[in-house]
Ligand binder design. Structure first.
Ligand code: GLC
Length: 429
């Protein structure tokens, strides 16, 4: 059995091993951690990855955790209609990410975002290593980010924000987006074609000024209000309220609490169903808000955003652990129901396991006091790393490294060290 100390050492080794080369770091105002470095993959900074990195670092290197978060705002858009947006990828030029530069038509960063988890991460780091000075610097930037969401991504004013590209969901290749992408991909070639379609969508966004309201109505464009993304946003707004409180801004804290509550209510009222006793969280697709029927593990993230009543959370947690249930695979948690016709336990976002997702579900279970269920999530996560190390993602049937197009994923992925946070339990809350 490994001790907490030895887990900390292992996680530290993975994260430190994934920091950019000195020549890159020297050009940056703050340090950050690449998602992975194997075979030259994933060298820029990614938004939600860095939130997970910071929450792992906080246990052994809080200074680095704070830098990781501050680094995310260096490329925050400061002008134009998208002022306030935090890009999902930064430091393209520094890493020679020429293809991405070309795709996004930008030297420094991408032109789309990712799940907003930065305030959550900042609160977590602050609990471990309080620094009101940094928090005060981050606060207006976080505020601008959430204001941007309301201004640019809630065009129908229903308190649910939309994404305009699958990459924004963080669930790039998921079955959740197949219908909007106009494909039912089976096999490697079809999945490659789907990836090409994702690339082709970027110029479509650009041609329409990244305007969600317009894109919702453009044939062939992408517009979805995802359930988990909005639940994460509710949690982030609540964390922002906590930050405002910590900075002695009680009226702003009240405002953010109300905004979080409005998002929770909208998620609950528009996305949740318990038809036949079975819990679903429906992504809303297109301007017509068609309720998606794809059953995915993002529904469990609704607990993270506290979008369910306690009775509902109890039912959901029972379903999560139902021995014959849709999400019971030998290794958990599969991203997609194992009953989905296109379920694939090894393939990228098509039924594989991600520890980042496990963390969100673990945290959600704790929020509803379901400590036994939360402990089971920790065991499941531990079993994966014990077997296969800190893979980017895992095969939900064998527990081995997952695959993308027949090739094994990176084995030292930074965000999988979020396991460390799960092992430290709730000692800081
Ligand atoms: C993949 C994942 C995305 C993640 C990125 C960097 O694109 O789908 O969620 O942020 O890799 O790790």
């Amino acid at each position: 059995m490994q001790t907490r100390q030895s887990w900390m050492e292992r996680c530290s080794e993975v994260l430190r091993g994934n920091q950019p080369d000195r020549a890159v770091l020297e050009r940056l105002p703050y340090r950050y951690t690449c998602p992975a470095r194997e075979k030259g993959t994933y060298l820029p900074q990614w938004l939600w990855d860095s939130c997970f990195h910071a929450m792992a670092y906080r246990w052994f290197d809080p200074g680095m955790a704070w830098e990781e978060l501050q680094s995310l705002f260096v490329r925050q858009f400061d002008e134009g209609p998208d002022a306030g947006m935090v890009p999902h990828m930064s430091y393209l030029a520094e890493n020679g990410a020429v293809a991405a530069q070309r795709l996004f038509g930008q030297k420094d960063c991408s032109t789309i975002t990712q799940p907003p988890l930065i305030a959550v991460a900042a609160c977590a780091v602050h609990k471990k290593a309080p620094d009101k000075g940094i928090l005060a610097k981050l606060y207006p930037k976080l505020r601008a980010y959430h204001d941007w969401f309301d201004r640019r991504r809630d065009d129908d004013h229903d308190n649910l924000v939309a994404i305009i590209h699958p990459w924004e969901s963080g669930w790039d290749a998921s079955q959740r987006w197949d219908s909007l992408m106009g494909m039912n991909p089976r096999g490697v070639e079809a999945l490659r074609a789907l990836e090409q379609k994702r690339e082709n969508l970027v110029p479509v966004c650009a041609a329409h000024g990244y305007d969600a309201h317009v894109l919702a109505r453009v044939p062939g464009a992408f517009y979805a209000e995802p359930a988990d993304f909005n639940a994460i946003r509710a949690a982030d707004l609540l964390a922002l309220a906590e930050i405002a409180d910590e900075l002695n801004r009680p009226s702003e804290a009240t405002e953010f609490e109300a905004r979080a509550q409005a998002v929770r209510r909208a998620v609950h009222d528009k996305m949740v169903s318990f038809g036949g006793g079975e819990f679903r969280a429906h992504d809303l697709l297109g301007a017509a808000e068609e309720k998606s029927l794809v059953d995915h593990a993002g529904k469990f993230v609704l607990m993270f955003g506290q979008c369910l009543s306690s009775a509902e959370a109890e039912a959901v947690s029972a379903q999560l652990f139902d021995p014959v249930g849709a999400f019971t695979t030998p290794y958990r948690l599969p991203s997609t129901s194992r009953f989905d016709p296109l379920f694939d336990p090894k393939e990228y976002w098509r039924g594989n396991v991600w520890l980042s997702l496990n963390w969100l579900v673990w945290k959600g279970l704790l929020a509803y006091g379901r400590t036994d269920a939360a402990a089971a999530m920790v065991c499941d996560s531990l079993a994966l790393v014990d077997k296969s190390g800190f893979c980017e993602f895992f095969n939900s049937v064998t527990g081995e490294a997952g695959e993308k197009y027949g090739r094994s994923c990176p084995r030292n992925q930074s965000w999988s060290t979020i396991l460390l946070d799960m092992l430290q339990g709730t000692t800081d809350e």
